[in-house]
Design a protein around this ligand. Structure first.
Ligand SMILES: [Zn+2]
Length: 52
């Protein structure tokens, strides 16, 4: 099932699988929120995830 995370900056990051969602969120954080790298753990991302 596809899932999505609503980033506080207003961007919705989606993934077709949990692994893809985590990868996409990590890529978004690295490009747009370098100061948050390391704080968005897989557990945190899955906690924020909802059905897309
Ligand atoms: Zn963001």
């Amino acid at each position: 099932m596809a899932k999505a995370v609503d980033c506080p900056c207003g961007v919705t990051v989606r993934g077709e699988t949990d692994d893809e969602l985590v990868t996409n969120v990590e890529a978004h954080v690295q490009s747009d929120h370098p100061d948050m790298v390391g704080t968005m753990t897989r557990d945190k991302i899955m906690e924020m995830a909802h059905d897309a």
